[in-house]
Design a protein around this ligand. Sequence first.
Ligand code: GLC
Length: 665
Amino acid sequence: MNVAAFDLNAMLDNLMAGPLRDLEPMERAIFRTRAELYWPDVDRPIALLYGERGDFAEWCNRMLEVVARGYAERPPELRLLDLRRQSQPDWFQHPGMLGYVCYADRLAGNLQGVADHIPYLKELGVTYLHLMPLLKPREGPNDGGYAVADYREVNPALGTMADLARLAGQLRREGISLCIDLVCNHTAKEHPWARRAAAGDPVYQDYYLMFPDRTMPDAYEKTLPEVFPDFKPGNFTYYDAIERWVWTTFNEYQWDLNYANPAVLAEMLAIILYLANQGVEVLRLDAVAFMWKRLGTDSQNEPEAHAILQVFRALSRIAAPGLILKAEAIVSPPKLIPYLGRGSATNKECELAYHNVFMVLLWSSLAERKVTLMTRALQNMPPIPSNTAWVTYVRCHDDIGWAVTDEDAAEVGLSGPAHRAFLSEFYSGRFPNTFAIGATFQYNPRTGDRRISGSCASLAGLEQALANEDIHAADLAIRRVLLIHNLIFAYGGIPLLYMGDEIGLLNEYSYLDDPNLADDNRWMHRPKMNWAQADERQDWWTVPGRIFRGLSDMLATRRQIIAFHAQAGAYPVWTHNEAVFGLLRDSPRGRVLVLANFSERPQTVPGYRLYEMFFGGRLVDRLTRRSFDGSPGITLEGYEALWLTPETEMETNGNPPESNEGGER
Ligand code: GLC
């Protein structure tokens, strides 16, 4: 190991005389302080990644130089943001946080259009805007922008990098943090690194994973799953021009990067800081589970993939502590939590991660009208570190993969494969009497795996109900939409509204006419914003009105409930009614018992069970502000959800006691 050869102090002295020399003494001192504080977080992961290399110390120096340059270039407004964020490190954990996810072009044409729609976002209470991939993609099919040809340029159809920086500033002044994607696992094969590699440059060939013959690909394939079996079977693609097999986990045109080469990590770090310096506050790190490959494994969630994220975090915090990182790791429950850091990396990996398990369980419970699996599977997940938060969501731009483990299923008497198959049948619209209209995405005959595409409203039954002109069914569908959103609001963390779900947009089939999109049915749930429909949002009697106002009302209440802060524990509890999900939010900030009925029929939670959970006596439903006696039990209407606090504890929730406006239930 050459780990000892690296001398932090000597390097810091060099940097002070180098890239940092033009800064004020106080700014230089801040850099030194942060480097001293954060380098211990880098030490261990960087040694895991590159500690065996003879040039280890040089690479540490190179990385710190990248960080120093990023720091020197940080605009004053963003230095102030750093100060704000460090002074209030729980800023993203507040119950007032609300995310909105959209494609800039599909919402409003381009980046300027997005700026014009800030008032709409504010009306919803959005504090975090995730714009789907917007860096310059390759021409032609590009996986919805996840094949990037230039990380320092914006897709010209949307605007320029200057437009992005301007938009980030406009959003920030309105209290909205900008989140964008950083596709860090792979580049487009048209990226300049890939072009040089394809031209035979060995320096850049080492940026990717390339093999002269099938020996290694065959050895890896023995244990690798396929992500897009329909689009591109296998994980490698042969290119005649270079006579090499290239690692391509996703589509042929997406080349996986080789992080065993420290040059790749240094390049990506520079890109992270470049984007942070444009005013991006949250980076969604795409497909992070795949960043390290290891023979004999599925090459996902390897310890080195975590080490890369830990290095990204610690080093980016030296230059831009206003930036936070979000892991996109759509993996099974035991694999998911480590992305928020654990053991010595607790609070030192990503601040945010998608709770895909919760999302899947919400749909599973709706199909089953039972919450046993959801309750048990969530109970089996350990708590997350205090300075992190889930990103909760019901739908996103991707398909739904049934991340239910066989072990969790078995604990509630289900067969994992059979249950997953049932869910695919149900949501592709094949199961008898299903309410859903969706489609199968990437059927894998080898594993039987069938993922699902479809919009929230269509999967929840609205498309079918409207087609049948069935008002009762439409009402139930709207209640389902509101119910699952209610839970992502109550769970803690940043709930994401996926564009169009707030007004009940249905599956959209026009993508079939575009040859670049037609083979990817995920476009059915990536519709263009329907502003005519959105204009009905204040009209209670319309579908958009019921959903939009229903969500807005819940959100207005949520903002007031400090017990919903992400640091407060979220404990799933048995309610003694298998159709009613119970979630206890419990902390010194106060207690809220969330009850959610997943069936269309009224359901009762017995009084003794409430009493056992210390929710006996008079309770207040924070959503309707009604106060009532819970001793005889509580009956919830079909798909109703309640946010309950014992009346005697209303003060400790930090809120003034609410009036008994609605009277008894
Ligand atoms: C992520 C994205 C998905 C994309 C894949 C490859 O999973 O969410 O849309 O296809 O990464 O970049």
